[in-house]
Write a protein that binds this ligand. Structure first.
Ligand code: AN7
Length: 351
């Protein structure tokens, strides 16, 4: 099959008017990987699939929304885009802006975005502004700026972002030939859970699928405003991508949870890192720490009575592990250095 990105493939479900305005990096069509090794370790009888969004061109799910947001900006004759970001949105906005010829301005919390993501924004030629504040403060600033100046907001408050991101639900349903029983994913600013739910509902309403999954989101315990029912002033977590204390799509996430009969829970950093390492070591799938919230949540709910036996579960792994090598290296056993003799290498290798 020829693949030219989510707008080309799902054109009739998306808001861009003319195909000539499409700005695409051939995003989407990401792998849906059966996680049999993890399945064997569970108490519940579940079929588990990983939607590996790290395989997108900039290494995260943001590309699905950004192709639509930037294509619409081109269609409207806009000149520049702006976003606040914990890293992945800025990387994606910078790349799609580069492709389209638009200017990108990205506002990020200084020292709190993973290095791989910062390198992307810089390489793609965005104007990178670091603030001595957190993501929530950066988002307030770009909302104000995009109101007052001729720049288009490409955070997920831009509905075109949600439209694009819903295509992940379409792909999962197309690949499986049905919708899953439960869909698990990390929740930060809560755009993605909103988008997935929209996508599943649209496919259901158009008769493409015969069921709706229970939307099951997980926040990091140090950044869990939705679970705790109050804003977090100083969110903290090893998963910098979801270090968000006041999610923009808070109510929409609650609606997705409640309409679907699902839940939003929280996982500790230890649980996140455990799932992150298990995915890499037992499934061969390297995602970034925030992404592992979905599988940490799977482990947490396994053996409670949350999952019906025999269910099909999909877990979104939102971003690539190479985005944040620091956490990978810090949480691993350090490699041993030896001299130049074969015997020393053999000893360390255990041969
Ligand atoms: C890997 O890049 O908010 O709940 O500014 O990068 O839709 O916010 C990133 C979020 C999960 C949470 N996993 O998704 C940003 C940003 C990864 C992420 C989320 C993000 P939302």
């Amino acid at each position: 099959m020829e693949w030219n990105g989510v707008l080309d493939h799902y054109f009739n479900y998306l808001p861009v008017k003319e195909r000539k305005n499409i700005v695409s990096l051939s995003e989407g069509n990401s792998p849906l990987i059966r996680a049999r090794n993890i399945e064997e370790t569970l108490n519940d009888d579940l079929k588990v699939y990983l939607k590996y969004e790290g395989a997108n061109p900039t290494g995260s799910f943001k590309d699905r929304g950004m192709t639509v947001a930037v294509s619409k900006a081109v269609e409207k004759g806009e000149k520049a885009v702006i976003c606040a970001s914990t890293g992945n949105t800025s990387a994606s906005a910078a790349a799609f802006a580069a492709k389209s010829g638009l200017e990108a301005i990205v506002v990020i919390p200084e020292g709190k975005i993973a290095f791989g993501k910062l390198s992307q924004a810089m390489m793609h030629g965005a104007k990178v502004v670091q603030i001595k504040g957190n993501f929530d403060e950066a988002l307030e600033m770009v909302l104000e700026i995009s109101d007052d100046y001729p720049v288009t907001l490409v955070n997920s408050l831009n509905p075109n972002r949600i439209e694009g991101q819903k295509t992940a639900s379409f792909e999962i349903s197309d690949f499986l030939g049905r919708a899953p029983d439960y869909h698990l994913l990390p929740v930060g600013n809560a755009g993605n859970i909103t988008a997935y739910w929209k996508g599943y509902k649209e496919y259901y309403d158009s008769g493409k699928t015969g069921r709706l999954p229970k939307m099951t989101g997980f926040q990091a315990a140090g950044s869990s405003p939705i679970v705790d029912g109050k804003k977090v002033e100083n969110p903290e977590t090893v998963a910098t991508a979801i270090r968000i204390g006041n999610p923009a799509s808070w109510e929409k996430a609650e609606r997705a949870r409640d309409e679907s009969g699902g839940m939003i829970g929280k996982v500790t950093d230890d649980e996140l890192v455990n799932a992150y390492r298990t995915l890499a070591a037992s499934e061969g799938v390297f995602c970034e720490p925030a992404s592992a919230a979905s599988v940490a949540g799977l482990f947490k709910m396994d053996g409670t009575d949350y999952f019906d036996q025999g269910s099909v579960i999909t877990c979104t792994l939102t971003g690539h592990g190479l985005k944040d090598p620091d956490v990978a290296i810090e949480s691993s056993e350090q490699p041993k250095t030896v001299g130049k003799s074969v015997s020393e290498v053999l000893e360390v290798a255990g041969l």
